[in-house]
Design a protein around this ligand. Structure first.
Ligand SMILES: [Ca+2]
Ligand SMILES: [Ca+2]
Length: 283
């Protein structure tokens, strides 16, 4: 009986903490008719669930969040989530947030902002959602190097490993605040993703890591077309700390990892306007 009670308690604790831990691959598709815990803090124009007209058309629910512009309550384009989007982003291997969106009335410059253990941070680059456009999928990369601290923030990596609030906001500059603008953000399929773009699934591979588990060396094979004057290799550890950043010009590259701590690393190649991230495990 005692063992059962302890097991029940452990199950309950596990269930509770699971609510506050973001998971790789989770998607808010709004098909349950709710706002899935997205709110703007209780303004007169909160996010609402619309039951039809999402990216796949009839009966595809989506979330619609208006902002009024001007001053005062409801003026700013920002919504936030303190439930299923809180937790540790680095240990789960989430490197981007993907979503379908369109903008009504005014063009939006969407960014992801987090508050957490290291304070407030916001993505450096925005994705632009043109006013009056049709549904389209967008990707916002969220590796540590994609963020800057904003007022009230001190440490990007600390926040990424312990997020309490996620914001989706529109602003022409990195900020914790949404801009004051008259617009409507319509959004669906907000996804915690391990890839940076749709191209990650195509046959075009910017590089290979063979093997991708090793105790002594990391072997990178890079096809001819990926190498140019500005091909960059950078590597991050699981806490988001950059451990290597350099230009590369060889098709075969061997990097010694003997001195690295055991664990998961994210290896990124940036070539022209493409980039790709792959996992490497040091054992
Ligand atoms: Ca939907
Ligand atoms: Ca609103």
């Amino acid at each position: 009986m005692k063992t059962n009670t302890i097991l029940s308690l452990l199950f309950l604790i596990g269930t509770c903490s699971a609510l506050a831990q973001v998971n790789l691959g989770q998607i808010d598709d709004f098909e349950n008719g709710t706002t899935e815990n997205w709110t703007d803090g209780g303004s007169s124009v909160p996010p609402v669930n619309i039951s039809s007209g999402g990216p796949t058309g009839a009966n595809d629910n989506y979330l619609s969040d208006p902002s009024l512009g001007g001053g005062g309550e409801g003026s700013k384009m920002v919504m936030f989530n303190e439930q299923q989007w809180a937790g540790n982003y680095t240990s789960t291997g989430i490197i981007s947030i993907k979503f379908d969106a369109r903008a009504i009335t005014n063009t939006l410059n969407l960014r992801i902002a987090f508050d957490g253990a290291g304070g407030r941070i916001c993505t450096i680059n925005a994705v632009t959602i043109p006013a009056g456009g049709s549904w389209q999928q967008y990707t916002i990369p969220i590796l540590a190097s994609d963020f800057t601290t904003v007022a009230g923030g001190s440490n990007v990596a600390q926040t990424l490993s312990d997020v309490s609030t996620m914001r989706i906001l529109s602003n022409t500059n990195p900020s914790w605040q949404g801009e004051s603008i008259s617009a409507i953000l319509e959004i669906d399929n907000i996804e915690a993703s391990a890839t940076l773009s749709v191209e990650d699934f195509s046959a075009t591979q910017l590089f290979e890591i063979i093997p991708n588990v090793s105790e002594d060396k990391l072997n990178l094979t890079i096809p001819d077309f990926s190498i140019n004057n500005s091909t960059i290799l950078d590597i991050f550890d699981s806490s988001g700390r950059q451990v290597l950043n350099k230009k590369i010009s060889s098709l075969q590259n061997e990097i010694s990892v003997i001195d690295w701590n055991n664990g998961i690393y994210f290896v990124r190649i940036i070539s022209d306007n493409s980039q790709q991230v792959k996992k490497f495990i040091k054992i």
